[in-house]
Design a protein. Structure first.
Length: 268
């Protein structure tokens, strides 16, 4: 295959390899620093980015950096058909609470009581991360009060990260969510890769695969940036497809024409 043809010890542009060797883009550093800041001061953070901009990637790296003795992370991947009961049952299950036939108000009280117990008695900080939060219903968002209404709204006992696509920000901006919006203390929007990061990203990845020589011609980097639309996920796919096309055409280096052909094959 093309990995052998180009002298690569592995394919460093696959998702599993990216997790093992994080690339610290501007977005990555800006976002993960805000995660850690929110972890320290507690409260609610809003992290917005288009699909494929690396939001979940940053979440994984952040969770990996935390000590399990000091932090309890509740990670939720929101689903489109998730009900209020489904959502808070996930929270309850992660806290080791039985829901049974409890009324909603009892579920909320039990969750708050357990969060306070874990924080004050066990001295473990709770971090709730909701990925794909743009899929949460309005009703779920309106019930977020239990995450910040502790001790007559005088204390923050957890850090809550809402991570999703722009639709989430549009929804929270509505007057019906003003109580939630006023409590957001971190608000970050992913911008994607900058032009000068593309070459650095590719070179770094190829180094992991023990490739020291140039595989991409100078104009190919500009083509990759334009065709990727600043999306790390799309960039990875473009690179993989470009290498495959280069291999099929017996090319030792990838030029801009190959990149554009790869783009055309990707676009639907």
């Amino acid at each position: 295959m093309y990995t052998t043809y180009y002298g690569m010890s592995c394919n460093p542009f696959l998702k599993n390899e990216s997790i093992n060797y994080p690339f610290e883009s501007i977005d990555y550093r800006q976002c993960i620093n805000r995660f850690h800041y929110l972890k320290e001061i507690k409260g609610i953070g809003l992290f917005i980015g288009e699909s494929g901009y690396g939001k979940t990637y940053v979440i994984r790296q952040f969770i990996k950096s935390l000590s399990k003795d000091l932090y309890k992370v509740i990670y939720i991947s929101a689903q489109k058909d998730m009900s209020v009961f489904d959502f808070f049952k996930i929270i309850s299950d992660n806290l080791g609470l039985e829901v049974g036939s409890c009324y909603r108000t009892d579920i909320y009280m039990n969750i708050q009581r357990e969060i306070k117990r874990i924080t004050l008695k066990d001295r473990i900080q709770i971090i709730i991360i909701i990925d794909d939060a743009h899929l949460l219903t309005r009703e779920i968002l309106l019930n977020f009060k239990l995450f910040y209404d502790f001790d007559m709204d005088s204390m923050d006992y957890l850090a809550l990260m809402l991570v999703g696509q722009p639709d989430l920000k549009q929804e929270i901006s509505k007057n019906i969510h003003i109580a939630l919006k006023q409590r957001i203390i971190v608000n970050y929007t992913f911008e994607g890769f900058e032009r000068n990061e593309v070459k650095r990203y590719i070179t770094t990845r190829l180094n992991f695969a023990n490739v020291k020589h140039e595989l991409f011609e100078p104009e190919a980097y500009n083509a990759l940036y334009s065709a990727s639309k600043a999306s790390p996920r799309r960039l990875n796919t473009l690179i993989i497809n470009s290498l495959m096309l280069g291999f099929q055409n017996n090319l030792k280096t990838i030029n801009s024409d190959i990149v554009m052909n790869a783009k055309n094959e990707m676009d639907v």
